[in-house]
Design a protein. Structure first.
Length: 80
């Protein structure tokens, strides 16, 4: 299994099965995995990072990075 897939599994559990993730220590384990992957980057990739900066990732997914600033649709006011 690719290392990113394992991190994905932990992240999804942390987001959608919080109690199980907390009980399993998912956050600490995820952080230890990240440290190990960075160590392997130093060893195998001559220090080149194997991850993109957050801004680059967000730029690939502009729809997810968008912020809703109002509910007024096409100038029509809706009372809620």
């Amino acid at each position: 299994m690719a290392r990113g897939a394992e991190m994905y599994d932990l992240l999804m559990a942390m987001r959608f099965d919080r109690e199980a993730a907390r009980d399993a220590g998912a956050w600490s384990f995820l952080c230890r995995m990240a440290s190990e992957f960075k160590r392997l980057d130093q060893r195998d990739r001559e220090g080149r990072r194997s991850w993109d900066p957050p801004a680059t990732v967000k730029a690939r997914h502009p729809r997810l990075a968008a912020t809703v600033v109002g509910l007024n649709v096409a100038g029509g006011r809706r009372d809620v």
